[in-house]
Design a protein around this ligand. Structure first.
Ligand SMILES: *Cc1c(COP(=O)(O)O)cnc(C)c1O
Length: 370
C-alpha cells in the first residue's frame, strides 16, 4: 500500500515515446503556433470524438469562455451559478457583463431552472450554466426558458468532456459550450480549452478574437486578445485523446469502489448518474450532513490531510462570497448553494488511483463517523 501523498487528482499523460513521436515533425516544419497542422488535426479529432460540426481551440478554457461571450456580442445581465470555479463568473464580469446568481438544485448541484426564471429582467441577455462535476444541467428546461425569453445559452462544460446524454455529447447543447483541457481535467492538453458552437459563422469570428482581432493581413476589426493554442499542447491533446476511453474506464473502477464503500452510509450523499447519461467519472463529490453523519466536512477534511491525503473543498467558498464580489452579492440569496458549499468534499479521483488507496481513504472517512 502506497503511503505517498495522494492529491485530489493526477494528470493523465500518454507514454513518453508516443508524445515524442507526435512532436518530432515540428523540428521539420518549425511551425509552433498560429493554427499549425497539429492544431487543425486536434480540431478534426475533437469533431469526430464529440460528433459535432464546430469547434475552436484556445490557450485555456477561461479564454475560450471570454472569447465566446465577446463573439456573441452580449450586453447586460447574465444569469449564472455561484457554485462554480472562479473562471465562470470572472469571464462574465471581465467582459463587462453583470453576473446574476441563481440558486442550484440539491440533486446534482446544477442551476435550478425555477430560480433562473425568477431572475429574468429586460436586461437579461444570456444564461451561463455549469455542468457541475460533469453532471448535465436540466438542458431541456434551460433551453425552454431561453427560447421563451430570447436568451443565449453558453454552457461552462469544463467538467463534462466525454459526457453524453442518450448518445449525444455535452458539446451539442445550447448556443455554445466551453471545455477546459487543463492538466487536472479528464482530457488535457497541458493547458488548453475549446468552444463548441451551433452557428458555423462563429468559427472565423472566434479565430479572429483569439488572434488580436486581426481579420486579414492589413485589417484589425476587433480589440481581440491572444488565446491561440500552441501546437505542442495540441500534440498532447492528440495523444491523450487516443487513450481517453481507457482513462475513463479506469476512473469508473475507482468510482465504483467509492460507491461500494460510501453508497449506503447515513449522512453521506453521493451524486447519482441518470440512466441515459454516459459519465466521464471526473470527480467524486461527497456531501456530509453533520447531523446524521456525526462529523462535519471540515472534520473529514482535517482527518485526511493529517495523513497526506488531499481532498478538495470544491466548490467552497461560493463565488458570491469571494472578496472581489461580496460587497455586491450575498450567498444568503442562494441558500441551497450555500448549504452544499459548506458540506461538500471532493475525494481524490484519477485513473491511476489504486483501489487499495480508495479503501484507505474510505476507511479514514468512515472513522470520522460518530
Ligand atoms: C477548469 C475550469 C474552468 C477554467 O478552465 P481553464 O482551462 O483552467 O482556464 C472554468 N470553469 C470550470 C467549472 C472549471 O472547472
Amino acid at each position: 500500500m502506497s503511503q505517498k501523498p495522494i492529491m485530489v487528482t493526477r494528470s493523465s499523460m500518454p507514454p513518453f515515446e508516443e508524445y515524442v513521436d507526435e512532436i518530432r515533425e515540428l523540428w521539420d516544419s518549425h511551425w509552433l503556433t498560429n493554427m499549425g497542422a497539429k492544431h487543425q488535426e486536434l480540431e478534426r479529432a475533437l469533431k469526430d470524438r464529440l460528433g459535432i460540426e464546430n469547434v475552436c481551440l484556445f490557450t485555456n478554457g477561461h479564454n475560450a469562455l471570454e472569447c465566446i461571450l465577446e463573439a456573441l456580442d452580449l450586453r447586460g445581465e447574465v444569469i449564472t451559478t455561484p457554485y462554480t470555479f472562479a473562471s465562470t463568473t470572472h469571464a462574465i464580469t471581465r467582459k463587462g457583463l453583470t453576473p446574476v446568481f441563481a440558486d442550484i438544485r440539491m440533486s446534482d448541484y446544477t442551476l435550478d431552472p425555477e430560480s433562473i426564471e425568477k431572475l429574468i429582467t429586460p436586461r437579461t441577455c444570456a444564461i451561463v450554466p455549469v455542468h457541475v462535476y460533469g453532471g448535465l444541467c436540466d438542458i431541456d428546461a434551460i433551453q425552454r426558458i431561453a427560447d421563451e425569453h430570447g436568451l443565449k445559452v453558453i454552457y461552462d462544460a469544463a467538467h463534462a468532456f466525454g459526457v453524453e446524454r442518450d448518445g449525444v455529447s455535452a458539446a451539442s447543447f445550447g448556443d455554445a459550450s466551453m471545455f477546459s483541457f487543463h492538466a487536472t481535467k479528464v482530457f488535457n492538453t497541458i493547458e488548453g480549452g475549446a468552444v463548441c458552437f451551433k452557428d458555423p459563422a462563429l468559427y472565423n469570428v472566434l479565430n479572429q478574437w483569439k488572434n488580436f482581432g486581426i481579420t486579414s493581413t492589413e485589417t484589425v476589426e476587433y480589440v481581440g486578445g491572444n488565446a491561440k493554442m500552441n501546437v505542442f499542447c495540441a500534440a498532447m491533446g492528440i495523444c491523450n485523446l487516443r487513450h481517453l476511453d481507457e482513462e475513463i474506464a479506469k476512473r469508473k473502477l475507482v468510482y465504483e469502489r467509492y460507491v461500494e464503500r460510501l453508497g449506503n452510509i447515513p449522512g453521506i450523499k453521493l451524486n447519482e448518474i441518470p440512466e441515459n447519461v454516459t459519465y466521464n467519472y471526473a470527480y467524486f463529490p461527497v456531501l456530509f450532513d453533520e447531523n446524521v453523519f456525526g462529523a462535519t466536512r471540515d472534520d473529514v477534511y482535517a482527518t485526511l490531510m493529517t495523513v497526506d491525503i488531499h481532498p478538495r473543498k470544491y466548490f467552497y467558498p461560493l463565488v458570491n462570497d469571494f472578496d472581489c464580489y461580496r460587497s455586491v452579492y450575498s450567498s444568503d440569496r442562494t441558500p441551497v448553494a450555500k448549504y452544499v458549499a459548506d458540506r461538500i468534499l471532493t475525494l481524490p479521483m484519477y485513473a491511476d488511483l489504486a483501489l487499495e488507496d480508495v479503501d484507505r481513504i474510505c476507511d479514514l472517512v468512515l472513522s470520522c463517523q460518530k
